[in-house]
Write a protein that binds this ligand. Structure first.
Ligand SMILES: [Zn+2]
Ligand SMILES: [Zn+2]
Length: 134
């Protein structure tokens, strides 16, 4: 039995989806992602930033109407980010600033090369209180 993608030999057929047999590595690559705030590995679908969800902007980033300050932002509508030719920029009218970055996010800001990161459901829950208070 081989992994359908990387052709690594598998002792046991490990996981299958759509009839494909994948090794753990390829499965992880396809279906999971990292939450940079808490370092948890979660389902990719959990990291989708739908309207109503929060994202963390880790550093000053270009927005359509000016630079965005670091902080937690609630997504009001899509699209909230566009890839420009030279660099991406935020549709800041579709984002609402809700809170300052806390310690875990400041840690992520040190380690991440991204201007903004999605959050897993655990982090969103942890932040819900802070967001309501402001
Ligand atoms: Zn594989
Ligand atoms: Zn998280």
């Amino acid at each position: 039995m081989k992994c359908a993608w990387c052709e690594k030999l598998l002792d046991d057929p490990e996981r299958s989806d759509n009839g494909e047999i994948l090794c753990d590595d390829c499965y992880r690559e396809e279906y999971s992602g990292d939450c940079d705030r808490c370092m948890n590995i979660v389902d990719k679908t959990e990291l989708e930033s739908r309207p109503g969800e929060m994202i963390a902007v880790l550093r000053e980033a270009p927005g359509l109407s000016g630079d965005m300050r670091p902080g937690y932002y609630r997504v009001k509508d899509w699209p909230f980010f566009a890839d420009g030719i030279i660099e991406g920029y935020f549709h800041d009218s579709n984002l609402e600033r809700v809170a300052d970055l806390d310690q875990p996010a400041l840690g992520a800001a040190r380690d991440s090369i991204c201007a903004a990161i999605p959050l897993c459901s655990e982090c969103r829950q942890a932040l819900a209180g802070a967001a309501q208070a402001s």
